[in-house]
Design a protein around this ligand. Sequence first.
Ligand code: NAD
Length: 267
Amino acid sequence: MLKIIVVGAAGRMGRHLVSCITRAADMTLCGAVEYSESPFLNQDAGAVAGISPVGVNITSDLAEIIENADAIIDFSTGNVIENAELAVKNGAAVVIGTTALSETETGKLQKMAAENGKIVLAPNMSVGVNLLFHLTEKVAALLNDYDIEIVEMHHRRKKDAPSGTAVRLGECAAAGKDLSYSDNVVHGRNGIVGERTDNEIGMHAVRGGDVVGDHTVIFATDGERVELTHKASSRDTFAMGALKAVRFLMNSNAGFYDMQDVLGLKN
Ligand code: NAD
């Protein structure tokens, strides 16, 4: 049984992780961490996640529990780098889902990996979305004279646009056509913008309701179009991807990996 610690255990993703680990036949939750002022400290992580109690109370002291763990999964908005350092020092694998880490922070993680750490960092852990990244680059290269438009939809509370996933899709499409995201992506259209140019990649953000995340890449030409669509309906998809990343690290050498590595989608 793989012993897993969830950091950020009371967060939206943390609760899904606790629940998914409890259901996994090859894993057991051995620790749950939150920040030092969290109202959830000393509460059972299962109860906080809305499932049956799991006998693991939430603590703010990762150092105290890390010795036992095979891996930490960190989707916290706190001390991600310090947590990874502690885990690597204790021989535990590290899976990080937290987004918007700075280049400096990512560099620190790469350095830890070079010094014998096993680390997966991925801003989107969904298996389907990572397949969509892969397919988008391939199809953009194969249908290289088709017009490409990307449409994403998210719940009304999302603050940023386009989504990080849509940006990555734009990068994949650009890479497939030998273009660049910054030069070729056009965000929305308004007014007399003129005819579409061959090399532009349209990007459109739709907001409303409780949509977890929909992404479509459209490849259009005269007489037909091909659409690649992914729809997330539950945060479990990200949690299950994180569990796959843990299993991948158990059989890997030290290194810095992403979900394309985990899913064998490189090349
Ligand atoms: P959230 O705010 O619900 O959860 C974050 C949790 O981290 C909170 O419970 C918070 O108390 C906790 N936290 C803050 N500081 C901490 C510290 N020092 N130690 C321990 N815990 C601490 O947010 P969320 O929706 O769960 O998202 C969390 C992160 O995961 C975000 O960066 C989000 O963008 C990212 N995310 C990634 C994926 C993916 O597939 N990689 C999917 C969804 C969300």
